[in-house]
Design a protein around this ligand. Sequence first.
Ligand SMILES: [Zn+2]
Length: 397
Amino acid sequence: MPFAGQPATHGWLRIHAGRICSVGTGPAGSGALDLGDCIVLPGLVNAHTHLEFSTLDSPLAGEGGLPAWIARVVELRRSRSETPQQIAAALDRGLVESAAAGVTSIGEISTGAWPTQARRHGPRVWVFREGLGLSEAAAEATRRAVHRDVARLAAAGVPAGVSPHAPYSVSAPLGRSLLAIARRLRLPAAMHVAESEAEAEFVAAGSGAFRTLLETLGAWPTAAPPRLLSAADWISRLARGPRSLVVHGTFLDDNALARCARHRDRLSLVVCPRTTRLLSGGLPPLARFREAGIRVALGTDSRASNPDLSVLAECRALVDGGLASPAEALHMATVAGAWALGFERHAGRLAPGRPADLVVLRPRGPWADPYEAALDPETRVVATLRAGRLIHGGLIG
Ligand SMILES: [Zn+2]
């Protein structure tokens, strides 16, 4: 299933020096490795996650929605205060789990210095360095830290981006300076926007569940209340950069949605279906996004809000919820995800000249429709390759 043309039966592809050099159907010639009854897909793209939570066995409770869940995350962070080695181990575990789920490209949100020595043979990772803060005092320190970390990533050859956290946690001046870093360095940006219904009230009036949350956490600057921006304003600012990801967007109003559509040449929405279901009680409004003509990619979000890091399981949630066909969901998980990360010339399709990033799936029984078979819960990921190298499983047997 190359996603560059129709699925082909008896298909083959030839890999040389980490790249796909030809793709065809019929007899593959001598020296070919016969994979048997398999489905070969482009490596899956998880456009949004936070791998630091990858050691959690089960997600935190979702009762009370996003503000209550954030309070639980902060409590968790404060209670476990991990060493850099423990954080690196959690990231590594997330990378291993992702490879086992057929993922070869990840849009990762990082809250600190990314260990650039992190496993080089796992999936490709775009590290979006996150910044947040509402007080004036926090803004300058955050800007400096984000700038330092993205410069380090660039120096180490790690694809980097910038992530102002969310409209309820980033003041307008801090957001402006973070997005200026992204524009100056030609980096993509990612931001959680309109994830919760309570966000609009908070940014407009400074009241509601987020105000209570921030006061409880001691993060509300009483002396000088911050200037906050609406979702629509953030989308316009995000659209000034080379490529931006609007994460969630569940509660975008018509105005904000129209701005996403207007800037579809540089902007994608990323939906995380199972996380949205946990924290908002329903699946993302995909039909609304589709009607507006917006590009939509898929993410798992983290194990703090999701039971695993499987992009195929996110596809299944959309299909089972009647929101997308299997073909559409898999397009989101490949072609649209690669575009969202600005990597559309290299990932998301199986075509000559591209890195051999691919996943081999084996359905349990007989099958007819390859899209449906790829999403069958019984189907196994038998191998994941990045640039022609196995990062999970094996190709024989
Ligand atoms: Zn997130």
